[in-house]
Design a protein around this ligand. Sequence first.
Ligand code: CA
Length: 323
Amino acid sequence: MVSYCLSANANTSDDWITLEKIRAPTNSSTVIHLVPLPHSCRSEAVRLRWSQETPHGPEGYESCWGLDNVLLVNSAHRVPLIEDNLDPLDTANWLFFPGASIKHACQSEGNALYFHGGEGAAHSLASTRDIDLHREEGRSYWEEDFETPPLNWDIEGAMYGTKCGEIESGAALVFEKEGRRRVCTPYLDTTSYGNLRFHFTMGGGDCDPGESHDNDVVLFGRSEGRRERVVLDTLPYSSYRTPAVVSAALPSELQTPVTQFCLEQQSHGGANRHVWAVDFMQLLPVLPGTHTHVAQFSINLGCGSYQPANRYDTLSSHQSNEI
Ligand SMILES: [Ca+2]
């Protein structure tokens, strides 16, 4: 059995690239294959093919084969969001591991998180720090981190800095000037996006807080050719003293080839009054892929002296829900 890939710009079937030759299993059990794609297969419009080689001898053979659960994941050269071999354990990676000790045990390579169980061990678990799985490196999504002035944005009444504290990371867009305070993105093709997110504060850090709903900031979008604004949210003056993520689902009228998003403060008390800031704005795909991340770990359940007690439950993820 041979698996291949073919780029769209290849002209003939002779350009199929062999990825792997798979021998027939010696028994009838199902075998899972993980095949890294070479660079030549990582482009647009690539096809994959599986085929059985023709028999060499005159007698031929009888066989049937099946294929199931084909999964293409973009994980080959992605920087791991978290990686820890525990040699030594990186304390920044782990929130809790009650019931565990870090030691060489259970035939581990170097240190392992070792859970010895026993009486009264109510909880044995290991919990990582929060990991932002929305940042899907390599996927197509749009973002702006305001570390340098962005091109083609329409910005009034703002400067770049950390006056309102660190909103997401590094510099943010800080609205503190006199006059109109408004920011609009360039016109974007939002047909494949379903969610707009950004980090926001009013009154964070050393910034003057808002005092009334007159200071609220309105989030709206508009499509080219339509004059009317589509209001997505109104950010109350008192709700973002601590920076927080604002997340807005895109209605269908804002999923167009030419759409922009704006934030505008209704009114304020002048320079350095009622100050707000924005950082790390991003557009996320309509539907995140179901398999966009891979967790890989090794676990040994058989090293205790009383093996029937060994049990593991699940690898679970808890998502702080902001969408
Ligand atoms: Ca930033």
